[in-house]
Design a protein around this ligand. Structure first.
Ligand code: 9WO
Length: 249
């Protein structure tokens, strides 16, 4: 069982979105526990103020220290397990599958999703352990990024995926892009399915899929190939792909 706590001004957004598909099923089966905390519930004033104007001026608002700090502390106290506090922001280190694997080895994470122009820097300094980004673009808040972490980490937990999908994930996340998929009908709008997939020759199908995965990675993400260690068979398949690519276009 892994526990996620999410600090967010939009708890329903996180709870609802996580309720679908693989994450929803993991929560229902008790493999994942998701608890949402709203800083607005930790305000003391009549208006439940969670933001204020930035010191130094400028547009927009900044999330106040006390409500976020107290929501994080309540989340920490919600379980005796130690938890890292992860802040999702474009200023963070870029997330990778390796990082998701390390997260999946932990018992719990507290994910902090900001809104407005950001959170008071003193929260980052005093309450945040790590700052991570899902990509080099700006969102309207950290919730979608937190959901990305929850989704990517949940699929790595034991017993979340079925045996087949789990094995597939193991093999193809060895740093390569996925191979193409086809289903019935065998011909549609003049487009057919590669012959080998209809052949029933499982070894040939396996080789074709590996070759396509290697070839697509070489074409689109050569940087990934630099990090991958290829077997002799894989180097041969990639060489074939490259030769055919150069010959035939
Ligand atoms: C806005 C902005 C504008 C110009 C240059 C840099 C900038 N950074 C931000 C910013 O961090 N805005 C935030 C909105 C404040 C905190 C939550 N928000 C957020 C989180 N937007 N995007 C993310 C995010 C999180 C993780 N990975 C990618 C983006």
């Amino acid at each position: 069982m892994m526990r996620f706590d999410v600090i967010t001004l939009f708890p329903e957004m996180v709870r609802d979105a996580a309720g679908y598909g693989v994450t929803g099923s993991a929560i229902q089966r008790g493999i994942v526990d998701l608890v949402v905390w709203n800083p607005r519930d930790y305000t003391q004033d009549r208006r439940h103020t969670v933001d204020d104007r930035p010191y130094g001026g400028g547009p927009g608002m900044v999330m106040k220290v006390e409500p976020v700090r107290d929501a994080i502390r309540a989340a920490r106290a919600g379980s005796p397990m130690p938890a890292r506090v992860v802040f999702l922001s474009p200023q963070g280190k870029r997330l990778t599958q390796d990082a998701m694997n390390r997260f999946a080895a932990s018992e719990r994470m507290i994910l902090l999703a900001g809104r407005y122009e950001g959170i008071d820097q003193r929260l980052v300094d005093s309450e945040v352990d790590e700052e991570w980004s899902v990509g080099d673009y700006v969102l309207s808040g950290g919730e979608l990024a937190a959901l990305i972490v929850i989704d990517a980490v949940t699929r790595l937990l034991p017993d979340v995926l079925g045996q087949a999908e789990s094995a597939r994930q193991d093999s193809h996340m060895h740093g390569l892009l996925d191979f193409p998929h086809y289903t019935r009908p065998a011909a549609i709008d003049g487009m057919t399915v590669p012959e080998v997939l209809l052949s029933g020759d499982h070894r040939a199908i396996q080789r074709w899929r590996t070759k396509q995965a290697l070839g697509k990675t070489w074409l689109r993400r050569p940087d990934l190939l630099n990090d991958a260690t290829l077997s002799a068979e894989e180097r041969k398949l990639l060489e074939e792909f490259i030769n055919q690519h150069v010959e035939g276009g």
